[in-house]
Design a protein around this ligand. Structure first.
Ligand code: DLL
Length: 440
């Protein structure tokens, strides 16, 4: 790995390095405003708060957060598309989305204010990874409804960098541009970055021939081992970045070059860790489910959003000087959501495709693998007895149909493997439908 001096640039020192007491005051003030906004404009929140006998005036400080009801992905799905908007539709300037739990997508609406907040938090992340106006930043997250591409793009523009909006895929072209333009920073999923690194080596290019220095990698779980490998492959500093569509997208939390956990942008998001079963808040240091409350958003703010992501918080001071609490790597989920190449996939989505089809039984198995740093999903589906005795041509057609339908619902390519009737093991308890062979 190249040794370069550790830069410590901070995009918004006033906010990022604020004293904890001052931060708490600010959070409480912003929380009061958000609760009022939600209560007055979103029937779901008003109904839930009324049912608990909680009025906006009861929420005075961050400590009162625990009186508020939770909200979760299923609520976003049920209120799809605009039921949770706190602003008039005419104020919404952007929609982003991701997978819901059963085929129906979830979307989030952004006002100009929300895009500005989001842009700033990504600008902070890129600055923390050493970025500035002299950088050339290659954005290889997907552009579109997914928040990765546009999120990184906006933040990179904000810091005045030269942005290369490549979107994901087309690896040879990515590498050509990276080399010829002298790209200095890369933004994409860690698995795609690793794949790019391996492809660069295979093309006979050494990291020294590139100008890359660092990158912000996220949207999927990754490990310290993956970081070491990626840093070696590309000769860079690889920083983690976390976020989710419901809260804004990438930038909810990010790593500085100390690489000791991700600073949560606490002036915009209040973070809690709860026990997923009792729903009681847990102290710093204990592992539990992450819950976020947005306190600066106006389009579709979220009060106590249950992410299902499992992690730990760390409030020890960081060498970089930022005072915002850090979250460790995400170690798992409390539901069965898989993140495959950065795309959220629920087994129930696959099931919803299979249930409506003739010729297959509702028994299936998902096998996830990482081959040459690329995630692969194989869907094993059991044929019915009748279909099993059909012609090869018909079975092949069925396989192509399933693949096509899954692609249209989930948005990713899969390998569909049709297996004989009764060959998928039955379970007596909770069905085991996922085999994840990736070593993350
Ligand atoms: O993945 C936003 C994003 C884009 C984050 C680019 C970082 C970089 P969603 O598609 O809504 O949003 O998926 C959110 O992805 O609840 C986590 O389970 C997972 N996830 C996101 N970032 C990380 C990370 C974007 N750094 C879901 N580590 C979240 C582990 C992550 N998991």
């Amino acid at each position: 790995m190249r040794v370069r001096p550790k830069e410590n640039k901070i995009f918004n020192p006033r906010m990022e390095c604020m004293s904890r007491d001052e931060l708490r005051e600010l959070q409480s003030k912003r929380l009061r405003e958000t609760v009022k906004l939600e209560y007055e404009n979103v029937p779901l929140y008003r109904g839930r708060m009324d049912a608990r006998g909680v009025k906006p005036e009861d929420i005075k400080t961050v400590d009162d957060l625990r009186f508020l009801p939770f909200i979760e992905k299923t609520d976003l799905r049920d209120e799809f598309p605009f039921g949770l908007l706190a602003a008039p539709k005419s104020e919404i300037i952007r929609i982003h989305g991701s997978s819901g739990t059963s085929g129906k997508p979830i979307v989030s609406g952004y006002t100009q204010n929300d895009v500005d907040v989001w842009t700033e938090v990504v600008a902070r992340a890129l600055t923390a990874a050493g970025g500035g106006k002299d950088d050339i930043i290659q954005v290889a997250y997907g552009y579109g409804l997914f928040t990765g591409g546009l999120g990184a793009h906006q933040g990179a523009t904000k810091i005045g960098a030269m942005v290369l909006p490549m979107s994901s895929g087309n690896t040879q072209r990515q590498i050509l541009m990276m080399k010829e333009l002298g790209v200095t920073m890369l933004c994409c999923t860690p698995s795609y970055a690793t794949f790019l690194g391996e492809s660069i080596r295979e093309m006979g290019i050494s990291p020294e021939e590139l100008n890359l220095k660092s990158g912000c990698f996220g949207a999927e779980p990754w490990s310290e081992e993956m970081r070491v490998n990626l840093e070696e492959l590309l000769g860079i500093d690889a920083c983690d970045i976390y976020g989710l569509t419901e809260i804004c997208g990438p930038g909810v939390a990010f790593e500085c070059l100390e690489k000791q956990g991700m600073h949560v942008n606490e002036d915009n998001f209040i973070i809690e860790i709860i026990d997923p079963v009792t729903e009681e808040p847990l102290p710093y240091g204990q592992s539990g489910e992450l819950v976020f409350t947005t306190i600066t958003k106006t389009g579709m703010p979220m009060l106590r959003y249950r992410t299902r992501d499992i992690c730990r918080l760390n409030d020890a001071p960081c060498e970089c000087g930022r005072t915002h609490v850090r979250m460790d790597r995400i170690t798992g989920r409390t539901d069965d959501m898989l993140v495959i190449s950065g795309v959220n996939v629920f087994p129930s989505q696959i099931e919803s495709v299979l249930v409506g089809l003739d010729g297959v039984s509702p028994h299936y198995m998902l096998i996830v693998d990482r081959v040459k740093s690329k995630d692969k999903l194989e869907v094993q589906v059991e044929l019915t007895e009748e279909m099993f005795s059909d012609t090869v041509a018909e079975i092949e057609k069925l396989r192509d149909d399933i693949k096509e339908k899954i692609k249209s619902v989930v948005g990713i390519n899969t390998k569909v493997h049709l297996v004989p009737p009764k060959s998928i093991p039955r379970s007596e308890g909770k069905a085991k439908r996922i085999t994840d062979n990736r070593k993350i």
